[in-house]
Structure formats: C-alpha cells, structure tokens
Design a protein around this ligand. Sequence first.
Ligand code: HGY
Ligand code: MN
Ligand code: MN
Length: 422
Amino acid sequence: MMAHWTRPLGDRAERLLRDLASSTAVPGEITRLFLTPEHRQAIEKVGAWMRQAGMTTSEDALGTIRGLYCPPGVTPADKRLLIGSHIDTVINAGAYDGCFGVIAGLIAVDEIRRRKLKLPFAIEVLGFGDEEGVRFPGALTSSQAIAGRFDPEALEKADKQGVTLADAIRAFGNDPEKIALAAYDPDKVMAYLEVHIEQGPVLEYEGLPLGVVTAIASVTRANIRISGEAGHAGTVPMRLRHDAFSAIAELALVIESVAKADAENGLVGTIGRVEVLPGAINVIPDRVNATLDLRSGTDSSRWKALAEIRKAAREIAARRGVTIAIEPFHEVPVTPCAPHLQNAIARTIAELGFPVLKLPSGAGHDGQAVAHLTEVGMIFVRCAGGISHNPAEHATVADMGLAIEALIRVIEKLGDEERNRS
Ligand code: HGY
Ligand code: MN
Ligand code: MN
C-alpha cells in the first residue's frame, strides 16, 4: 500500500524528467554537455521548478543551479543540508542519470514545505553541470568548486573544438574569476545527500526498489598515446611493421584480463575511445590516442592493476617497436559514505517496508568531490536491467516515488538528530 501512496511523487518526477530530456544538443536523443546552450536551457527549467517549490535560486560561476529553502524559523545564515546531483549527461544518454537526483531534491523540498515539516536547518538543492567530464578533460569540476577544491589549471584545458574551460564559462555568461565564491564554509554545511539510479543490476536482481550506498568506487582516467610507424598497407611485411593499432588492440586485451582477474575488488577497466591515425584504409596506423577508465572498490587494487598494465605496455612497446604512454589525468580515491547517513537511510527503507541492502557504487558521483566538504550519503534506486549511459535507461514511477518519500524521511531523521545534538 505504501508504494501506491508515494506514486504521485514519482509521477511528478517523471513529468519533469521528460521535460528536461528535451533540452538536448540532438533532437530525439539526450546529449547535454557542460556549458552548452542545452545546459543553459536545463538550468532555466530546473531554476523555475525550484522557485515553484518555494526556493530562492542562484547560479555559481560554474553554472551550478542552486535552490535554497529555509523552513519557518530558519535563515540563510543557519546551517544547511545539501542535496544534489548533476544535470549534464554523457552522449546519447538516459533521462535519469543525475537528473533524477536533482528533481527528487526539489520535489522533496516542495513536499516538506507542503507538509509543514519543522527542520532546524535550511536545505539547498544543487544541480551540478560537469559530473560526467565528457566535454573537457577531468570531471566533477562543478562539485569540486563547491567543496573549495577546484583546480585553476582546469581553466586552460580545452574541448575537442579547442575552446578552453575559461572561455566556455565566459561564453556561458559567467566569470571564471568568481569560481572561488562557489565554495561553501564547511562549518555551515551539515551533510550532503544524493539520490541516484544504481546504474547496475543488483537492486533489480534482488527485487528491491531502494538501496543504501556504502562507498563510491575509486577511479583513474588516463590517456593512452601510442606512436608507431606509418607505412604502405600493401608492401610492408607483417614482421617489419610498427602498427600502433595492433599495439592498442593487444593492450586492450591485457586490460580486460587484468580486470577480470580481480573481480572480488570490483576491478573494471574500459577503453571508451580510440582514435586511429592517419585513418586511411591503406596506411598502417602510426598513432593511436585512446582513453582508459580504471575503477575498483579499493585504492590498492586499482594501483596494482595500473602497475600491471604499465608493465605489459612496456613489454608490448619493446616487442612491437612502438612507444606507449599512459598518462592519468583524473584520479579519485574510494569515497566512503558516512555511517550515520547510511543508518538513517537504512532505517527509512525498513520503515517503508523493504529489506535493507547495502551496496557500493561502481559509478562515480558528485559525492566524491563533496566528500571533501562534508559527510556524504547516497540512496540508490533500482533501474531496468541495470542499464545506464544508454537511452534505454529507466526507473519506474513507483520506485522514484518511494525514493523521494525516503529522501523526505531521511531529512526528517537528520532534523531530529540535529535537534537532539543542540
Ligand atoms: O563515469 C561515471 O561513473 C559517472 O557516470 N560519471
Ligand atoms: Mn551520474
Ligand atoms: Mn553518468
């Protein structure tokens, strides 16, 4: 019965998500990269929904849209609970990754206001714009900024069109000089909560709508640059070739076997992009630019895997007469979720009538950056087939309604904890 009662919350979320999905670079699919016109449109939509939910809105220098709600008796000078996720997407994305966490936050605030729930703190909902890190090298830049951890060197990094982050910020109507103002005072922040689809198959397999996240996996993102020797595809015998593509192909299989060998730590390795040059059908490739995404549930197993991959790369390079450079450009350690937040989420899921499952996140989240500012808690929502970063990504209205009700009840629990503390 409880699930039925929360369904209207999910219906509302679905409507807003469908609207948000239409802010895209490519009609018919969802592609919304950082600091693009479609990102601007999404900010306008989310800002309007936040204001309709009784929040006052602001936008920081990196385009994070913020909605602040002060319950009766609370002022903006008081401590605030942060709730957030991201509204940027990967290419040809699903409609729920990130966006549902922002929509869930604003609907939860509207419900808290409607139910006249008393809280001893303010709530600020944040819609980050660069969690995916698809347009510029690096990721989590907007959530790093609120945590006071933005790296100014990122401003000079360029996208594929050669536009630097600094220029993109200015073209977006903001001022890179003001990024430091985006940072919160840690003493004024209570905690950060993020609701996110699981992006994996576990909750669906266990038949559960919600889960408690224990930690967010560690990640290394690296560029792999290979240099060999171009040659005529018809005249150079195989034994005399220095084929850059054959080298990346061999290294890719090594990465796959290294990851498969450490499934217990949840090690995964992915080569998501390979550029083969010069790219002519009858020329032996002399250059390859590829990307490596390496993740694990422990930092030590990720470092060990990276060392094995580097060792194999040295052997392949020597044998094939090519050079192979593996250049990490983004590293995030394992991010644990705060035990007391896990506990509040677990008690809430049990209250809603479901078994409590605690699980790690293989996907990265803004919480990895916000963890440098405050304690982080995450609620996972079941998604169909565990599919994500794919237009087939889907969460049911029923599960989204339960997730929003759970978020509201966790906020209430944090209010009780805060009152008992003071
Ligand atoms: O790549 C990730 O794990 C996240 O979806 N950005
Ligand atoms: Mn996400
Ligand atoms: Mn994602």
